[in-house]
Ligand binder design. Sequence first.
Ligand SMILES: C[S@@+](CC[C@H](N)C(=O)[O-])C[C@H]1O[C@@H](n2cnc3c(N)ncnc32)[C@H](O)[C@@H]1O
Ligand code: SF4
Length: 326
Amino acid sequence: MTKEFKTILVDYTSTPDLITQVRRELSDIAAVEIRFKSLPHPLKFREAVVELAKEFPKERVFLGEKEGVFAGVLFNINLSRPRRAVIEIANGCNLKCDFCWSHSPLLEKPPDPKWLKKTLDSKTIYTYLDELADYGTVRLVEFCAIGDPLYHPEIWDLIRYAKQKGFRLRLSTNGTLLLPQKWEENCQDPVDELFMNISAGDRNTYADIHNVSPKIFDQLMANLNFLNSTRKQKSQKFEMRWINIVTDKNLPNIGQIVQRAKESGANYLDFRYVWIHQNFQKNIGVSRAGLERNERDLDGVRTQLNEAGIPSNFESFYNAVKMGEA
Ligand SMILES: C[S@@+](CC[C@H](N)C(=O)[O-])C[C@H]1O[C@@H](n2cnc3c(N)ncnc32)[C@H](O)[C@@H]1O
Ligand code: SF4
């Protein structure tokens, strides 16, 4: 009998039925992957996982990526089969984004300057990469940071090593330090995904939200234009994703963001809410008043995105903000 891989959707209300169904089919399936349809009640979820683990060999019950994090955080259950590993390699950063968890000028307590200078030592990172390769399930390695990964002095060697190990490589960066000369010297096409926190579509908004000189925006745009034209000339395939953390300051700027993203060859526009923790002096997310002020322009962004032909999560982001979920 062919053993098939089965995905089980766990849902708050339907969990008991699913468990029964899985029990019935246990002998016919090779493995079960649990995914949420919607966020389940933690206890229901625990019940489902524990029941499945009883009935089914542990090594054959897997959780989807976000479900794995949920289970790990709540119950210290690790049944997940990681596909992606994120390695945070440096604490320092050249920007001070309003919304940043660690570098925002709006934090009650600024970080310790000594801590800001720290980087993860390269030897440890090479060991992680070796272990992840041996583990066998991880396909994508992401170099990220508490600050910016380009602050790591050996970033380019690390990128090359990760690629040699066969991983798909994602670099999450603010993009301002991706200097053309460094890029040319160091890589033929080693980065598969460039996830860049841009969050503004003009130099003044950029300066205001990232708390730097507007000249940094000019530098960033020059970098992006260089990357885009190199990618075309050399027929490279890396993806450039613009990440935009939205606050009242850049809400009126989304139209400009779309425009700039199109000019710079972005492949995806990712809009995200601000996650605030208790060290922030105030909530800087999108306010109801900000939303009302910009509603008409935001409605127009949909058309603009269609015309620009850039895939985006704008629709779901905007709906969630309107519903007050953000
Ligand atoms: C901490 S940054 C580190 C990498 C790099 N410096 C950058 O900005 O992309 C990683 C991601 O977290 C996002 N981020 C930072 N503070 C955030 C917040 N309060 N809410 C949501 N996302 C945030 C950034 O926009 C970025 O996409
Ligand atoms: S660029 Fe990234 S690490 Fe630097 S301040 Fe902004 S969000 Fe924080």
